[in-house]
Design a protein around this ligand. Structure first.
Ligand SMILES: [Ca+2]
Length: 307
C-alpha cells in the first residue's frame, strides 16, 4: 500500500540473514516502483529514486528515508516507511531507542491496542506528545467523548485522547513533562511521575513521585484526580461543575489550580466570566493570565526512579 512496495515489506517481515540486503547498512536506492536498484547500477545520488538508509537494530531493520527531491514525497514518506514493520513501536520512546531521531507523526501500537498515530518529539529523547496549544485554531471546549477519543491536528493543536493515553501508559509509571509559555517570551517546565487509570476510574491521574522543576505543582496538591468535562463532573467541588464554570476538560480539583485545555485568549478578556475560562497555571502566571502556548508529553519513567 505504498510506493515502497512489497519488496520492502518482505524484507521487514522476514529479516532473514540470507536476504541480499540483510545485514547491509548505509544508503540504498529504491526505484519509484519500490524495488531496489541493482547494486552494480546504484547511483548513490538516487536521482528520481528514494534513498533509503538501512541500519540494523536489535528489533530488526530500521530505515530513514531520504527521498530524492524529484520524487517530492519526502514529507509523507518518513512516516510511511516506519509504518511497515511487522512490529510497531509501542510509543515514541521505543522508536527513539530504535534509532529514529527526527520529530514527526508516527504510527504506534501499545500492547493489546489497535495502532494509532501520535506526534513524537525527539528533540530531547523520545516523548509522545499528548496535548499542544499554540494558536487557538482548535476548539477545546468539548464533551467527554471528544476528550476520550481525541481531537485536533497532530501537527498543530490537539488533544491525543484519554483512551490512547491510557493505552500508552497502561499500568506503567510515566513522566509527564509540561511546557508553558507566556506572551513575554518566558517559559516554564513542570515534570512529574504519574500513572493514568482507565475509563472506569474516569482516567484518574495519580501523582507517583516527588516533584521536580522550579514550580510548585498545581495538580500535585491532590495526588489523585479524575478527569472532568461539562457532561461528566468528577471534580472535587461539590456545588460546582468546574468544566462548565471554566471551559474544556481537565483533571479539575476545586476549579482554580490549572486548566491547560481552557479557551485560547490573546489577551486578558474584559468580561469577568470569560477571564476564568482561559488557559492558566495558577502557580506560575496566576489565575487570570491566558498562556500563549502549552505542550504536554509523556515518556516511561526510569526504573531507578522507584521510591
Ligand atoms: Ca463538581
Amino acid at each position: 500500500p505504498s510506493v515502497l512496495g512489497s519488496w520492502w515489506q518482505q524484507l521487514w517481515r522476514d529479516p532473514n540473514p540470507s536476504h541480499p540486503h540483510m545485514g547491509r547498512t548505509g544508503p540504498l536506492c529504491l526505484g519509484v516502483r519500490g524495488a531496489p536498484v541493482p547494486a552494480d547500477k546504484e547511483p548513490l545520488d538516487c536521482t528520481a529514486a528514494l534513498r533509503l538508509e538501512l541500519c540494523s537494530s536489535s528489533r530488526g531493520l530500521l530505515t530513514r528515508v531520504q527521498p530524492a527531491e524529484e520524487v517530492g514525497l519526502g514529507a509523507t514518506l518518513s512516516s510511511m516507511a516506519l509504518s511497515f514493520p511487522a512490529e510497531l513501536p509501542q510509543d515514541c520512546h521505543q522508536l527513539f531507542l530504535a534509532g529514529q531521531q527526527s520529530s514527526g507523526v508516527f504510527q504506534v501500537q501499545p500492547a493489546g491496542s489497535q495502532p494509532f498515530k501520535v506526534y513524537c518529539d525527539m528533540t530531547t529523547g523520545g516523548w509522545t506528545v499528548i496535548q499542544r496549544r499554540t494558536d487557538g485554531s482548535v476548539d477545546f471546549d468539548q464533551l467527554w467523548d471528544a476528550y476520550k477519543n481525541g481531537f485536533g491536528d497532530l501537527r498543530g493543536d490537539f488533544w491525543l485522547g484519554l483512551e490512547k493515553m491510557h493505552r500508552l501508559i497502561q499500568e506503567g509509571r510515566f513522566n509527564l513533562l509540561i511546557e508553558l509559555e507566556d506572551w513575554e517570551g518566558n517559559s516554564q517546565v513542570i515534570q512529574f511521575v504519574f500513572s493514568l487509570g482507565g475509563e472506569s476510574t474516569a482516567y484518574t491521574l495519580s501523582l507517583l513521585g516527588p516533584l521536580s522543576g522550579e514550580l510548585e505543582n498545581a495538580i500535585g496538591d491532590f495526588r489523585q484526580l479524575p478527569f472532568s468535562t461539562r457532561d461528566r463532573d468528577h471534580d472535587l467541588k461539590a456545588d460546582t461543575n468546574c468544566a462548565k464554570h471554566l471551559s474544556g476538560g481537565w483533571w479539575f480539583s476545586t476549579c482554580g489550580h490549572a486548566n491547560l485545555n481552557g479557551k485560547y485568549f490573546r489577551s486578558i478578556p474584559r468580561q469577568r466570566h470569560e477571564r476564568k475560562q482561559g488557559i492558566f497555571w495558577k502557580t506560575w502566571k496566576g489565575r487570570y493570565y491566558p498562556l500563549k502556548s502549552t505542550t504536554m508529553k509523556i515518556q516511561p519513567a526510569a526504573l531507578e526512579a522507584e521510591p
